[in-house]
Design a protein around this ligand. Structure first.
Ligand code: ADE
Ligand code: ZN
Length: 344
C-alpha cells in the first residue's frame, strides 16, 4: 500500500519499531564530540571547528573515508570516552524508535595506537548495559577485524578478547575491501566459530561478487554486510535467496562513498523485489549524514518505497538479528501492533 503523503510516510517510518544491524560505533563520533574529547584529552586536531570537520567529509571512495575515520578515532582514549560515544549513539537511535542494535567495534583501531583493548570494550559494554536499563534498548557487540592488517594480527586480537567472549556475539570483517579478500581471514574466522561466535563480514561493498562467495563459503558468515555487488551474479542471488541471507544495506553510506551516484539508482528496492532479506542501516552515521530513520526516509523517498516495503525492512531487521527466536517473534508482533494502530 502506498502512503497518502510524504508526511504520512515520514510519520510511519519514525514510529515503526526497528533494529540496527550495521553500525560502527567509532563512526558515530559526531564532530562536536570529537572537539570535546580532543580538549578533554589535550589532543591537537587539524580542524578549527565542527563545521570545518563536516566540510572535510567529502569522499570519493571507501579508502578516502577510512583515512579520516581512523584519524577521527584518535580522540578516543579513556573508558569514559568510549562510554560517552556509545551512550550518545543509543540516545540518538532511541529517538528513531530503534529497540535493538548490534554494534561493531574496531579494537585494532585502538590497540594499534596504544589504547588497551579493555579500555575500549569496558566503556562500550557499560554503555550497552545502561542503554538496556535506561532506554530499554537491547544490544549485542560484534568485534571486527581490520582486513588491511594481517591475519596474525586478527588472531592476536581474538586471543585478547578471551576474557570478554561471553559479552561478544560475533566477529566481523571491515576496512579496505579491495585487495583484501575474505579468504585472507579463513583461519581466524574458523577459530572464532569454534569458540561459538557468530560470523559476519563486509563484502560486495566495493569488492566483486567473488568476495561475497568467499565470505559465504570460506568464512561461513551468518549475515552479509552490504552485499550490493551480489546482484551482478545471478547464481549468487539464487544462493542468497536459498540461504535467506540477511543483507545489512547502508544507503546513505553507499551514496557518500560513491558506491551509487544517486539514491534513485540504489539496489535496495531490487533486493526486496528479488526476495532478498535486505535491511536498512546507517554504517557510520556521523560521517554519512544520517542515522537510522534518515536512511529509511531518504531511501523511501528516492525509491518510492511503499508501506509494505517499510514493514518488510523493519521485520527483516529483527529476523536477521542475533536475538533469540522468542524475542524476534515478540518484536514482529510489536510491528504488527504498530501497523494496526497506525492504520486504525
Ligand atoms: N569501517 C567503518 N565503516 C566501514 C565501511 N563502510 N566499510 C568498510 N569498513 C568500514
Ligand atoms: Zn560498515
Amino acid at each position: 500500500m502506498s502512503f497518502a503523503s510524504p508526511e504520512q510516510r515520514g510519520a510511519f517510518i519514525a514510529g515503526i519499531p526497528k533494529a540496527e544491524l550495521h553500525l560502527h560505533i567509532e563512526g558515530s563520533l559526531e564532530p562536536e564530540m570529537m572537539f570535546a574529547l580532543a580538549q578533554r584529552n589535550a589532543i591537537d586536531i587539524p580542524f578549527a571547528s565542527a563545521e570545518e570537520v563536516r566540510k572535510a567529509y567529502a569522499f570519493s571512495n571507501l579508502q578516502d573515508f577510512l583515512d579520516i575515520y581512523y584519524q577521527g578515532m584518535n580522540v578516543l582514549r579513556t573508558e569514559q570516552d568510549f562510554y560517552d560515544l556509545t551512550t550518545a549513539y543509543f540516545r540518538r537511535i532511541h529517538a528513531d524508535n530503534a529497540i535493538h542494535a548490534e554494534i561493531f567495534f574496531d579494537p585494532q583501531g585502538h590497540t594499534e595506537r596504544g589504547v588497551a583493548f579493555s579500555t575500549a570494550i569496558d566503556g562500550i559494554l557499560r554503555a550497552m548495559d545502561d542503554a538496556q536499563s535506561d532506554l530499554n534498548i537491547s544490544s549485542q557487540l560484534i568485534m571486527c577485524f581490520l582486513r588491511h592488517l594481517s591475519e596474525e594480527d586478527a588472531l592476536a586480537t581474538l586471543e585478547e578478547a578471551t576474557p570478554y567472549l561471553d559479552r561478544i556475539s560475533g566477529v566481523g570483517l571491515d576496512s579496505s575491501e579491495l585487495g583484501h579478500p575474505p579468504s585472507k581471514f579463513a583461519k581466524v574466522f574458523a577459530k572464532a566459530k569454534a569458540l561459538g561466535l557468530k560470523a559476519v563480514a563486509h563484502a560486495g561493498e566495493e569488492g566483486p561478487p567473488d568476495y561475497v562467495w568467499e565470505a559465504l563459503d570460506i568464512l561461513k558468515i551468518e549475515r552479509m554486510d552490504h552485499g550490493n555487488r551480489s546482484l551482478e551474479d545471478p547464481r549468487l542471488v539464487q544462493r542468497l535467496q536459498d540461504n535467506q541471507m540477511t543483507l545489512t544495506v547502508c544507503p546513505l553510506s553507499n551514496l557518500s562513498l560513491c558506491v551509487v551516484d544517486n539514491l534513485k539508482d540504489h539496489p535496495l528496492k531490487k533486493m526486496l523485489d528479488l526476495g532478498l532479506h535486505a535491511t536498512i542501516n546507517s554504517d557510520d552515521p556521523s560521517y554519512f549524514g544520517g542515522y537510522l530513520n534518515d536512511n529509511y526516509e531518504a531511501t523511501a523517498s528516492a525509491l518510492n518505497l511503499d508501506k509494505d516495503d517499510i514493514i518488510a525492512l523493519a521485520k527483516n531487521s529483527f529476523r536477521g538479528s542475533f536475538l533469540d527466536e522468542e524475542t524476534i517473534a515478540q518484536s514482529l508482533r510489536h510491528i504488527d501492533d504498530y501497523v494496526a494502530r497506525f492504520d486504525g
